[in-house]
Design a protein around this ligand. Structure first.
Ligand SMILES: *[C@@H]1O[C@H](CO)[C@@H](O)[C@H](O)[C@H]1NC(C)=O
Ligand SMILES: *[C@@H]1O[C@H](CO)[C@@H](O)[C@H](O)[C@H]1NC(C)=O
Ligand SMILES: *[C@@H]1O[C@H](CO)[C@@H](O)[C@H](O)[C@H]1NC(C)=O
Length: 291
């Protein structure tokens, strides 16, 4: 399933018109291709992809384009049964040693035990901002909607429309924010049994292989980056101008209630609460309101 060199005249036309950045609506067939383990991934029509992990290989796909801001959405049905040691990752990533990155990672577990939804954000090569949650549903029974909203003033991680995390832009106060480096979208499945499940205690049971993560309906409604940033040129017909103005970057009261509900009931790790890790000096963003 390795050959995805489709060229879409419509997209090229839009790029030429805008010349710097342009608005795209991507799906799997149009926008993503195999990055590694091609024989372990299958593109099924426009809107479905299966990623397989077995003793020989995992697999990963990536977007053709790089994006600077946008809304990236994917429905994912995680590996069922004994998924201990497997990690399915879904993230935005720029290149270089001072890279930016916005992560969703799903850490598998032995049968009957909960997955962990692991989130992180890297700015200029610095990560270490982990927040982890248990899902409030069985993520292997059906597809669920994992969405990253990224605009100049905040990043929001959503699960089925419920915000689970916000990272706000406090750059004016010296706190780094990802807003200069365009990123690609990646999804992969791999063996992480050295650390993923109970800190590496539960290893992959290869007798249960192959492990299959099912991805559906990838949508990138995003600014495709072709040169110096000109977000105003990007245009965003289906997003309105929510990313252009801080006014649009405040969770509504209803969404604030939802994120509080998630944090109160399902959050299992927050780097901002790990005082010992920082000898008492928490990272700057931990001392500021995030939503
Ligand atoms: C997925 O969630 C995002 C964020 O709430 C929402 O904008 C989008 O419409 C949802 N997609 C589907 C297919 O439900
Ligand atoms: C797996 O299940 C155990 C026991 O319920 C739990 O402590 C752990 O957080 C779960 N997830 C991972 C990824 O270890
Ligand atoms: C705090 O962070 C350190 C270093 O990452 C980690 O080893 C430790 O388990 C964390 N503490 C808690 C309570 O999670």
């Amino acid at each position: 399933m390795a050959k995805f060199h489709l060229v879409y005249p419509v997209l090229m036309f839009i790029s030429v018109m805008a010349s710097h950045s342009s608005f795209v609506e991507g799906n799997f067939a149009r926008s993503m291709y195999s990055l590694w383990g091609a024989e372990h991934s299958a593109f099924l029509g426009n809107d479905d992809v299966e990623l397989v992990l077995d003793q020989y290989s995992g697999s990963g796909i990536q977007s053709k384009e790089t994006f600077l801001f946008g809304s990236v959405e994917m429905l994912i049905k995680l590996v069922p049964g004994n998924s201990a040691g497997t990690v399915t990752a879904y993230y935005l990533y720029s290149t270089g040693d001072k890279h930016d990155e916005i992560d969703f990672e799903f850490l598998g577990n032995i049968s009957g035990q909960p997955y962990v939804i692991h989130t992180n954000i890297f700015t200029r090569g610095e990560g270490g901002r982990e927040q982890q949650f248990y899902p409030w549903f069985d993520p292997t029974a059906d597809y669920h909607n994992y969405t990253i909203h990224w605009n100049p003033s905040e990043v929001v991680w959503y699960v089925d429309g419920i915000p689970i995390r916000v990272y706000k832009n406090y750059e004016s106060e010296g706190i780094p924010y990802p807003k200069q480096q365009p990123m690609r979208v990646y999804t992969s499945i791999w063996n992480a049994d050295s650390w993923a499940t109970r800190n590496g205690l539960d290893k992959i049971d290869w007798t249960k292989a192959p492990f299959v993560a099912k991805l559906r309906r990838f949508r990138a409604r995003a600014c495709s980056y072709h040169g110096p940033l000109s977000i105003s040129q990007c245009g965003a017909p289906s997003l309105g101008n929510w990313w252009n103005s801080p006014v649009y970057s405040k969770l509504s009261n209803a969404k604030q209630e939802e994120i509080n509900w998630v944090r109160d009931n399902y959050m299992i790790y927050d780097y901002c609460k790990n005082i010992t890790r920082y000898n008492g000096y928490l990272p700057g963003e931990c001392l500021r309101a995030q939503y």
